[in-house]
Design a protein around this ligand. Structure first.
Ligand code: ATP
Ligand code: MG
Length: 228
């Protein structure tokens, strides 16, 4: 892989939701990129389009115009199943609401992704345990999500996104369930782990206290991204 090619790039992205009142534009030519090992923070007020931008970057929403490239490859023309495969193998996503599977233990939530990638069961268990240890929740491996605090669920969601050392980690408001001290600690760990594993990270937050952990900060304003 050419080291000069960004792990993820969004180029001139536009997106609008169709609502009863008509088309509601959210992204109006947003561009950003992140290299492997780089942490990019996207800030902007509630409703500015942060979640929409990450969802488009992940290929879960198709932009009206513009391009998303993962490791140099445009994903726009890919079909649904090809995108799903790409997400599975190259991307980790921390959802704003965690999206943990309620009937599975914390460990199984992480192992599931690794199994789907074709790793053996013992290997999946080992990686899940190691990642939980790094995130300080090794004693919670067998708990169901509902038996965990919001902050612990957030760590499990981060573990799931990072476990397979993906090229790109997209994290939507990863500190929203944490007090500021824990929020800073989790972000520090997320950044550390991602840098160790050579993942590019795009974090969205309106919490400016995260800024010191990021290599770069961009602000989303009126559907466009600018350096701040
Ligand atoms: N499915 C949808 N249909 C219609 N409009 C939507 C939909 N999802 C989001 N929107 C609108 O798009 C805009 C951007 O939403 P988005 O969730 O991307 O913002 P955000 O920056 O992530 O906000 P927050 O900080 O509150 O999470 C908002 O005005 C929102 O109401
Ligand atoms: Mg959001």
């Amino acid at each position: 892989m050419n080291a000069n090619v960004p792990a993820i790039a969004g180029e001139g992205l536009t997106f609008e939701y169709t609502t009863e009142a008509g088309m509601a534009p959210v992204l109006r030519g947003a561009s950003l990129e992140a290299a492997r090992g780089e942490v990019l923070l996207v800030t902007g007020p509630s409703g500015s389009g942060k979640t929409t931008l990450l969802t488009v970057l992940a290929g879960m929403l198709t932009p009206t115009s513009g391009n998303v490239r993962i490791e140099g490859n445009a994903i726009n023309h890919l079909g649904k199943s090809e995108r799903a495969r790409l997400r599975l193998n190259r991307l980790g996503f921390v959802f704003q609401g965690f999206n943990l599977i309620r009937a599975m233990s914390a460990s199984e939530n992480v192992e599931l992704v690794l199994r789907a990638r074709g790793l053996s069961r013992p290997e999946c268990r080992r990686i899940a345990r190691e990642t939980f240890e790094r995130l300080g929740i090794a004693d919670k491996l067998q708990r169901l999500p509902m038996q965990l605090s919001g902050g612990e669920q957030q760590r499990v969601a981060i573990a799931r996104a990072l476990a397979g050392a993906p090229a790109v980690v997209l994290a939507d408001e990863p500190t929203s369930s944490l007090d500021s001290e824990n929020g800073a600690a989790v972000i520090q760990l997320l950044c550390e782990l991602a840098r160790e594993r050579g993942s590019a990270v795009v974090i969205t937050s309106h919490d400016q206290r995260i800024a010191p952990f990021a290599d770069r900060v961009v602000t989303i304003d009126d559907g466009r991204c600018g350096s701040s």
